[in-house]
Design a protein around this ligand. Structure first.
Ligand SMILES: [Zn+2]
Length: 156
C-alpha cells in the first residue's frame, strides 16, 4: 500500500548541509571509491553532495558544441551552489569511462585519459569563472597494481 513504510534507514537524520559538491560519473564500480576518497582524502565529511551523470564533468565543456547539455548542467549546479552554500567543487574523472569511449569518433585514435584530463581543466576554468569564492579541484581515478587491482587518484 502507498504510505506503508517498507524500510527505515539505520543512520539518524542530520539536517546540516555539506559544503562540498562532487561531480562524477555514475559508474557503480567506481562509486564506492569516489566516496572513500571524499571521506578519507578530501576530508569532505561523511556526507557530501554528488552531481553524477554519465561522463561526469563533460557537459561543462560543451558550451559551444552542445549548449543544451551545458545549460542543463550549469543551471542545476548554479542552483545547488546557491541553495546549499557550496564552498568547494571537486570533479573526478575515471579510467575506462563508457561515456568517453562511446564518444570516440571513427577510427581516430585519441588518448581518452588525455581527453578527460583536458576536459577537467577546461571545465575547472569555467567553474572558477562562474563561482567566485568556490574552490575547484580536479582528479583522475585509475587502476593500479594487480590481483586485485586498486583504485588510485591523481590530482590533475
Ligand atoms: Zn564513466
Amino acid at each position: 500500500m502507498a504510505g506503508d513504510v517498507v524500510y527505515e534507514s539505520q543512520g539518524t537524520w542530520d539536517p546540516e548541509r555539506p559544503d562540498t559538491t562532487i561531480i562524477t560519473c555514475v559508474d557503480g564500480r567506481w562509486y564506492q571509491h569516489f566516496q572513500e576518497f571524499a571521506r578519507e582524502h578530501l576530508k569532505a565529511g561523511p556526507r557530501t553532495d554528488y552531481l553524477a551523470v554519465p561522463g561526469g564533468i563533460e557537459p561543462m565543456t560543451l558550451f559551444d558544441l552542445m549548449p543544451k547539455d551545458f545549460n542543463f548542467f550549469r543551471r542545476r549546479l548554479e542552483a545547488l551552489v546557491e541553495s546549499h552554500g557550496t564552498h568547494r567543487i571537486v570533479a573526478i574523472a575515471h579510467q575506462d569511462c563508457a561515456w568517453y569511449k562511446a564518444r570516440k569518433i571513427g577510427p581516430i585514435k585519441i588518448d581518452l585519459r588525455e581527453r578527460q584530463i583536458s576536459d577537467l581543466r577546461r571545465a575547472a576554468k569555467h567553474l572558477r569563472e562562474m563561482f567566485e569564492g568556490v574552490q575547484v579541484e580536479t582528479y583522475f581515478a585509475r587502476l593500479a597494481g594487480t590481483q586485485p587491482e586498486r583504485v588510485v587518484f591523481e590530482a590533475v
